[in-house]
Write a protein that binds this ligand. Structure first.
Ligand SMILES: O=C(O)c1ccccc1NCC(=O)[C@H](O)[C@H](O)COP(=O)(O)O
Length: 388
């Protein structure tokens, strides 16, 4: 659209006059023309501008960025076709609209995350690409070759359930959350982990996201190195297999995969990587559609039903019951999958409710981490001492 006159009107909105209405290509055609233009010509234009024949490093970097953007857009399209509303990356550049003979741009429209989960994922995308540059996958693989074996996360949950007759507890080391803010001011992850273990937790969940949960991979590593025996779940927003390798070297025994973020193909691929790395995968769903997708994937041993809608923060523990009713529940039993009830569990009645619905494990953060002695918080949650 070179040569068009751009007129600024209100802040954030600019108008461009169009030579004639019948010369106006539709938005999608323009987008794909733009993509092709960039794919095939962008580096050489830069090379021409710089007066060089061979592409310069900057041209190659530009070209890589364009390719990454294209992959992100493709991922968004695949995700949308599976009912996934979370876009993996912001659509680059503001979309164009046509009104009468005018074309106008709304600055940033489309590049604003639609909800907190999308915001987290977009931030994670940038964070992970920076971390990958510092610690390439090959270097992580070398460290893993000399790492101690992982512990049996699923086995620990099953054993706790058999021993107590109650759901096995995954106790979460959680300092803060986007929905609740700071949960515990004096936050010593190792002290909390030890208290949970003493209080009867079968496994621990360690939040590693820094920006939104004030967690870290250092916390995970410190808990592992402190001699805590409970298997550890790395509670991360996984969007790239690199994170799984990193979690493994930092001491994780299991990793979270969120179906609201990951398309089926990613989940299948990541389950295979988990098997290679000796990690258990907790695949998290929060509605019927996600549950049906996940039940169609082979090799899943653990499904988490999140009672918190990660887009709206609404918590409703009847979600667990709803997703375990009828044929879904039957298929889960047939496949011998362990279901974990996650979020919003505060009382023995809550635990009894989700157990009645069919869970064999629960994942709990807020209600126990807020207690002055988080270990005693566990007895409060179950209505009895489960450490024996
Ligand atoms: O906890 C949040 O506010 C939150 C917001 C956005 C994405 C994820 C979020 N939480 C992760 C979890 O699923 C919970 O930490 C976990 O299930 C424990 O929940 P709770 O017992 O209610 O602390």
């Amino acid at each position: 659209m070179e040569g068009l006159v751009s007129m600024k009107t209100a802040p954030g909105i600019s108008f461009q006059s169009i030579p004639s209405p019948n010369q106006r290509p539709n938005f999608f055609l323009r987008r794909s023309m733009d993509l092709q233009h960039r794919r095939f010509h962008f580096p050489s234009i830069r090379a021409q501008q710089s007066g060089t024949i061979f592409p310069r490093k900057e041209d190659e970097e530009d070209s890589l960025k364009v390719k990454e953007w294209e992959v992100g857009m493709l991922q968004n399209e695949v995700s949308a076709s599976q009912g996934i509303r979370i876009r993996r990356r912001p659509p680059s550049g503001p979309p164009l609209h046509y009104v009468g003979p005018f074309e106008f741009r709304l600055q940033n429209e489309g590049n604003t995350p639609r909800n907190i989960l999308e915001e987290i994922v977009w931030h994670k995308d940038v964070e992970v690409s920076q971390m990958k540059e510092k610690k390439p996958l090959l270097s992580l693989k070398k460290v893993i070759e000399n790492s101690p074996p992982t512990r049996d996360f699923v086995g620990a949950l099953k054993a706790a359930h058999l021993q107590t007759g109650l759901p096995g507890l995954i106790a979460e080391v959680k300092k803060a959350s986007p929905s609740r803010g700071i949960l515990r001011e004096n936050f010593d992850p190792v002290e909390i982990a030890r208290a949970y273990e003493k209080g009867g937790a079968a496994c621990l969940s360690v939040l590693t996201d820094e920006k939104y949960f004030k967690g870290s991979f250092e916390n995970l590593e410190a808990i592992r190195n402190a001699g805590v025996k409970c298997p550890l779940l790395c509670k991360e927003f996984v969007i790239d297999a690199w994170q799984m390798y990193y979690a493994r070297i930092k001491g994780a025994d299991a990793i979270l995969l969120i179906a609201a973020v990951l398309p089926d193909l990613d989940i299948r691929y990541m389950i295979k990587i988990c098997k290679m790395l000796g990690l258990a995968a907790l695949v998290e769903v929060h509605d019927e559609r996600e549950m049906d997708r996940v039940l169609g994937i082979e090799g899943i041993e653990l499904i988490g039903i999140n009672n918190r809608n990660l887009e709206t923060f609404e918590v409703d523990i009847s979600n667990t019951k709803k997703l375990l009713e009828g044929e879904r529940g039957q298929m889960i039993r047939k496949k011998d999958i362990i279901v974990v009830g996650e979020s919003g569990l505060f009382t023995p009645d809550d635990v009894a409710y989700v157990q009645e619905a069919g869970v064999k494990a629960v994942l709990v953060g807020e209600s126990i981490v807020k207690q002055s002695d988080p270990g005693k918080g566990i007895s409060g949650l179950f209505g009895k001492d489960i450490s024996l």
